[in-house]
Design a protein around this ligand. Structure first.
Ligand code: NAD
Length: 269
């Protein structure tokens, strides 16, 4: 269903994983999409962040399915770069209606209290401040466009149910929840909706790299916390993208201020 025909979207962290699947889903629904990603290694991580080639591949995939996309290399810690991406959306596609604040990072200290100050700060800067930066760059353009719209922030089930050793990640993602609730109230009068999706374990580079796999296998209590009650090991990015696409569609026109958990039942236990 082309529920986003003539609409314009911006997705952060769109070079791969959940962000790429989301960009493809929004384009499939008819939106023109500005796809952004950092395009270089984020310092201090033990796995690779996406490259400019990965981002170009997202554009190629969207174009292959008949959609429209424009890429921008943006570190979400850089508000000016986000403003430039928003400007690209307005110049190339005539406005901005949909924003998905998806960019994120992971790190796996032995315990939360033993995380290094760099691990803590990078997490807060990318996940929490990056989401705020994305919104403060995008909302003025959404208001100028004047058609209402939808902002979806990507949270995590780690913000809903504690997972040992990654309290810095949970703290940043819980900050995103608080940010979402205030923004949802602030822009409701302009028919802009703001929601959070909380994916459970999803098969992406963030979870499928040696450091993440070592953590899952060896950190006390982690394996059980990530276990899914449904008969799957991990969800796929397209499972998350489908929910985001719905939240961005007119079918969800009165859904705002909510948190949608996508976890095959993991947080029930
Ligand atoms: N995979 C999971 O199990 C899972 C579960 C819950 C939540 N999430 C969240 O989903 C989102 C997407 O993660 P993913 O699983 O697709 O992992 P991923 O590592 O494949 O994708 C994250 C993307 O964000 C980009 N990025 C990192 N730092 C950035 C920065 N400073 N500026 C701009 N882009 C940056 C990366 O380059 C990458 O393309 C993240 O917010 C993550 O926390 C993932």
């Amino acid at each position: 269903m082309r529920s986003l025909e003539d609409r314009v979207a911006l997705v952060t962290g769109a070079a791969r994983g959940i962000g790429r699947a989301t960009a493809l889903a929004l384009a499939d629904a008819g939106a023109a999409v500005v796809v952004t990603d950092v395009g270089r290694q984020v310092a201090g991580l033990t796995y690779g962040t996406a490259t400019g080639e990965d981002l170009a591949a997202t554009v190629a995939l969207i174009e292959e399915q008949g959609g429209r996309a424009a890429p921008a290399l943006v570190d979400v810690r850089d508000h000016d770069a986000l403003l430039a991406a928003v400007d690209l959306a307005e110049r190339s596609f005539g406005g901005l209606d949909v924003v998905v604040a998806n960019a994120g990072v992971a790190s796996w200290p032995a315990t939360t209290w033993q995380a290094t100050p760099e691990q803590w700060q990078t997490m807060i800067d990318v996940v929490l401040t990056g989401t705020w930066n994305t919104c403060r760059a995008a909302i003025p353009a959404m208001l100028r466009t004047g058609r209402g719209g939808s902002i979806v922030m990507v949270g995590s089930t780690a913000a809903v149910k504690p997972v040992p050793t990654i309290g810095h990640y949970a703290a940043a993602k819980n900050g995103v929840i608080g940010l979402m609730k205030s923004l949802a109230l602030e822009v409701a009068g302009d028919s802009i909706r703001v929601n959070v999706v909380h994916p459970g374990g999803t098969g992406t580079e963030m979870t499928q790299n040696p450091a993440a796999e070592h953590w899952q296998a060896t950190a006390p209590g982690v394996g059980g916390a990530l276990e899914l009650p449904m008969p799957i090991h991990r969800m796929e990015p397209l499972d998350v993208a489908a929910a985001i696409r719905w939240l961005c569609s007119p079918e969800a026109r009165y859904v705002t201020g909510t948190q949608l958990v996508l976890d095959a039942g993991a947080t029930l236990r």
